[in-house]
Design a protein around this ligand. Sequence first.
Ligand code: MRU
Length: 352
Amino acid sequence: MIAETVKWVGGVNGVLELIDQRQLPDRLEILRIRSVEQLYEAIKTLAVRGAPAIGVAAAYGPLLALHWLAAGEGPPEALEGVVKACDYLASSRPTAVNLSWSLGRVCARARSVAGDAGSTIEDLQEAVLAEAKAIHAEDVEMCRKIGANGEKFIRDGFGVLTHCNAGALATAGQGTALSVLFEAQKKGRQFEVYADETRPLLQGSRLTAWELQQAGIKATVICDNMAGFLMRQGKIQAVITGADRIAANGDTANKIGTYSVSVLAKHHGIPFYVAAPSSTFDLSLASGEGIPIEQRNASEVTWMGGAHIAPDNIDVYNPAFDVTPAGNITAIITERGVIVGPNPDRIRTLLG
Ligand code: MRU
């Protein structure tokens, strides 16, 4: 990766730098985020995207809120500002649980410091920055471990299909699904990757293909409706994707189209792997039925590259995610180990 997907520059009054993923693959531009509103907008419009990356980026949001404190405000007012910023940012995208998980962590740390007798605004700022940096560093480490735990599933001569982007651009580290491929590459394994283009926002062709090309991994872009034919032709030996939220029974929300790919993989007897950190599990939900699915603007479907590709006023349904039932998943690869044949018992045992 030429630049870091998420980077905090400076101390408590620093700036959040994000790769503007809306511009890729044409331009590598860095966005400088100085307010909670700018961060909300960056998450909402997918300048920063991917479950772990939005979790890490949002963790710095409360710090941005503290930049704008009025003179004379003390820890109680500052805490109010932090909580407001957390609630606001958490509402930007509903499906990826990493967002509310990381904001919850930062908020809890802020509450505990603000509750200490004699604590100052500076203490609060330092504590929020430390928590955000801890979440950031943990994400980098989780990515590496997911890769190390999953690389054995990618063998010489494999064709591997992936959907959306679960690479370095979707995390603060080297990705989840793509981390598995990067670690297999480091072992000297020869394989090739098919990247579903991933309509409507093309994260596969714009971002995954770009990352794989940079890493020197043989990559081929296909339209989403081609995956079944490639499987039938024997070109695919494994499917690997990331996840936005995994319920207690292993049902997994990921980018729209993932469910269809899982059905195709099951039909063709091809293993289907999900790579995700433990922060992507939501054990409060018994099954995928309870996962909120983000609905996005119709224009994402009716326009492409500045051109109208559907008639005016046509009805559009644009769910950004779908849920793959646990029964279609061969294994979930986490930083703590691999859950083969995910079910509630195995998931609880691994996550503790
Ligand atoms: O809408 P996006 O681009 O944020 O969707 C991203 C995905 O669905 C990823 O596969 C998922 O967040 C995992 S990223 C490691």
